[in-house]
Ligand binder design. Structure first.
Ligand code: DOR
Ligand code: ZN
Length: 436
């Protein structure tokens, strides 16, 4: 079937488009984008003024938990959360059980994704077998099975030598190495950012330097190998400095920031609720100067992508002493409202830059399709409602886990609809848009 999205503001920086345009979808693909396109037998969808049609958003850092931890999330529930959050594709981390370190696990994840038939899923393979940091995984096999990158996320790659080898192999297969930057000796058994609030609450600290050392190491080895190195969930201002320095030197380094790291600070450890385990994630919420540096990096172009680090954990696992709780929060269904409220409505960035951060650059870094509305591209489209008043309600999330510090937050900006391969998989009932 053909569908004509008529009259919305279309923002697609990769195609040089920002203005009122029509988008003609033919089956699974974009047919054309232009002004006053004829209906030509298509079902006409009037896009109300104020809505913005964008290339589909891609979350390049998601923990789908399947296989092995289906009580937290499954590929089906995670991709349902993705489309409800405006994401047409997600890249999923290999720290499942078993770890995604061979073609069978990758094939299993892809089979679950095909069965769910919601957001597209791009598996990320492990750097090392079992992510144990001893032997390299079979990176050629992972690539052939469909992995788009490698990482030992949850932990840093254990040694500089192993990271060097991973970068060398990944380069042969045109994949980036995504690094959870962390010096293990400085992280120790820390649970919160080392600073005023950790001291006040008696929590063991993780200094920003733990992350920055990992970022510096990776940038050095990216330079030595000529390979692509990507800093995951960046939180510390010294890491940003390392990335900026690397980029200035022409080194192939990219980085992502999660919405919680550009929104919150370690003050959330103490208030409004002290020791709330939904403020515990790794890397931790940092002090204001770090949060402000992430915002500045987003504004000046140093930061390439917004990625959620969606890390679902079961209620019972989080409902323990702060010290003993697992690290991580869900992010798929809060990222777009937080980005619009905190970055666009504050004037930090404009919508074309948001589309770069959420669509163009994740596609470019992972070398996957997307980020464009050019004729012939898959019709993966996110329609946003920048002025919609949104109230975050954890209990209504599609994700199987509800571990978010943003429950009850009221934000300006939300998702109007998500189309994957031309199919409307999410339409927000609070927006006057009819897609069926
Ligand atoms: O907060 C986090 N949660 N950080 C990580 O690196 C891993 C993740 C998880 O898997 O729960
Ligand atoms: Zn991580």
């Amino acid at each position: 079937m053909k569908r004509l999205l008529k009259g919305g503001r279309v923002v697609s920086p990769a195609d040089g488009i920002d203005g009122t345009c029509d988008v003609l979808i033919d089956g699974e693909r974009i047919a054309r984008v232009g002004r006053d396109l004829p209906a030509d037998g298509a079902v006409v969808v009037e896009v109300p003024a104020g809505l913005v049609v964008c290339p589909g958003f891609i979350d390049m850092h998601v923990h789908l938990r399947e296989p092995g931890q289906e009580h937290k999330e499954t590929v089906a529930t995670g991709t349902a959360a993705a489309v409800a959050g405006g994401f047409t594709a997600v890249a999923c981390m290999p720290n499942t059980s078993p770890v995604n370190d061979d073609a069978n696990v990758t094939a299993y994840i892809l089979a679950k994704a095909a069965a769910a038939n919601l957001a597209r899923v791009y598996p990320i393979g492990a750097v090392s077998r079992g992510s144990k940091g001893e032997l390299l995984a079979d990176i050629a096999e992972l690539k052939q099975a469909g992995c788009v990158a490698i990482t030992d996320d949850g932990h840093p790659v254990a040694t500089a030598l192993l990271l060097r080898r991973a970068l060398e192999y990944a380069r042969m297969f045109d994949m980036p190495v995504i690094e959870h930057c962390e010096d293990p000796s400085l992280k120790g058994d820390g649970v919160a950012h080392e600073g005023y609030y950790a001291a006040q609450l008696g929590l063991r600290g993780i200094p920003g330097a733990a992350e920055a050392l990992g970022a510096e190491r990776g940038v050095l080895l990216a330079e030595a190998t000529g390979s692509a190195f990507h800093v995951a969930h960046m939180s510390a201002r010294a890491s940003l400095r390392a990335v900026r320095k690397g980029k200035d030197a022409g080194i192939r380094v990219t980085c992502e920031v999660a919405p919680h790291h550009f929104t919150l600070t370690d003050e959330s450890l103490a208030t409004p609720i002290a020791y709330d385990t939904n403020t515990k994630m790794n890397p931790p919420l940092r002090e204001a100067a770090d949060r402000d540096a992430m915002v500045a990096g987003i504004a000046d172009g140093t930061v390439d992508a917004i990625a959620t680090d969606h890390a679902p954990h079961h209620y019972d696992e989080k409902k323990v002493e702060f010290d003993r709780a697992p690290f991580g929060i869900v992010g798929l269904e809060t990222a777009v409202p937080l980005s619009l409220d905190r970055l666009v409505h504050t004037g930090v960035i404009r919508l074309p830059r948001l589309v770069e951060l959420l669509s163009v650059n994740p596609a470019r870094i992972l070398r996957v399709p997307g980020g464009s509305l050019a004729g012939g591209a898959a019709a993966d489209i996110t329609i946003i409602a920048p002025d919609l008043r949104v109230r975050i309600e954890a209990s209504r999330m599609r994700s199987r886990s509800k571990n978010t510090p943003f429950d009850g937050w009221e934000l300006r900006g939300g998702v109007a609809a998500t189309l994957v391969g031309g199919r409307p998989l999410f339409v927000n009932p609070d927006v006057p848009l009819r897609l069926d």
